[in-house]
Design a protein around this ligand. Structure first.
Ligand code: AMP
Ligand code: MG
Length: 318
């Protein structure tokens, strides 16, 4: 796409957002399905299009930190510090919301999840729309998140008003979510910013909500990010193929025994950021390979590996 075309596409998409439209756009994490965060009817369309339950709140996206005052009542000093050091980027802060943010966006909670995406197209789109944009991932609820415009087109193309194509997403997994609702910050979801980075910025350890804690992350379900084919996780040695229709997904490159119908290697060198970037597209390819089962290797449980394993656990859950 030429620069002029892109400018026109962004302007058109921004106009749609201002008039209650629903538009898919790239961010550094995954493709989002956006609507004006101040328009309850437009937000309702997002829930309908995705088949997303209404108890699952949407994250509100801003183009600049000074927009925070339009959606958040207050920004505690530690939240401001994280925003200063880690925005734009894959970090969502949960803060007390202003009345202007409709209940449907926050699933009736008194808080709102906000973030500044680190993507030029996302930032320009929201700025041109002139309103904060609520956006979950642009896929049917529960399925693997989209990391290319083609993923979005395939599943939601005929249901939405526009798709902006920014190429493949750089980070490839969703944002890390930190809540400031309580007295001290709590990590609600592992994501594109490793917890080690957050703790280094804050200079202290932070609490991590347990997955079974219902107040922790409304809408975060045990089964999510799920391909249709059965997913079986493993560590260490590669399991033997179960015959035709067996797929294999490896985090890093190594010798693969015979007998697998399809094999995906997320990063030959074992880079966890490369593995995260390739994860969802690889799961989709395996899901389309006519398999009966896929064996999926767990990542090392540190840095981005924690978020990768969180997604894999949910993908494998039935
Ligand atoms: P996503 O599906 O990546 O758009 O992220 C949405 C998730 O963010 C939800 O499923 C919630 O777990 C979390 N979330 C969003 N807003 C809030 C909030 N106000 N309080 C707690 N969690 C939130
Ligand atoms: Mg999602």
């Amino acid at each position: 796409m030429t620069q002029d075309n892109l400018d026109t596409e962004i302007e058109k998409a921004a106009r749609l957002l201002r008039c209650g439209g629903v538009v898919a756009f790239p961010t550094e994490t995954v493709y989002g399905l956006g609507a004006s965060a101040f328009d309850p009817a437009a937000a309702a369309r997002i829930f309908e299009i995705k088949g997303r339950p209404r108890f699952d709140p949407l994250i509100v996206h801003l183009p600049a930190t000074d927009w925070l005052e339009r959606v958040a009542l207050e920004v505690p000093p530690k939240a401001a510090l994280l925003a200063e050091k880690l925005w734009p980027g894959p970090l969502t802060l949960v803060l007390r919301k202003r009345d202007e943010v409709p209940d449907i966006v926050t699933a009736g909670l008194p808080t709102v999840g906000v973030r500044l995406p680190d993507h030029d197209i996302a930032r320009r789109l929201i700025e041109a729309a002139g309103v904060p944009v609520c956006a979950p991932s642009a896929n049917p609820f529960g399925y693997v998140s989209p990391t290319t415009a083609a993923h979005v087109r395939l599943q939601l193309g005929d249901k939405i008003d526009a798709i902006l194509d920014g190429g493949p997403c750089r980070v490839g997994i969703e944002s890390t979510i930190v809540s400031f609702e309580g007295v001290s910050p709590t990590l609600l979801r592992h994501g594109g910013v490793p917890i080690e980075t957050i703790e280094a910025v804050l200079g202290c350890a932070i609490a991590v909500a347990r997955p079974e804690d219902p107040v922790a992350a409304p809408g975060m379900l045990k089964r999510h990010y799920s391909p249709s084919v059965q997913v079986v996780l493993f560590d260490g040695e590669i399991p033997a193929s179960q015959g035709p229709g067996t797929g294999l997904l490896l985090i890093s490159g190594r010798q693969v025994p015979g007998g697998f119908t399809a094999v995906e290697i997320l990063s030959r060198s074992g880079s966890l950021s490369e593995a995260a970037r390739n994860l969802f597209a690889a799961l989709r390819r395996l899901d389309e390979a006519g398999l009966r089962v896929m064996f999926v290797e767990r990542a090392p449980e540190s840095g981005l590996g924690v978020a990768i394993n969180d997604r894999l656990r949910r993908a494998a859950s039935r």
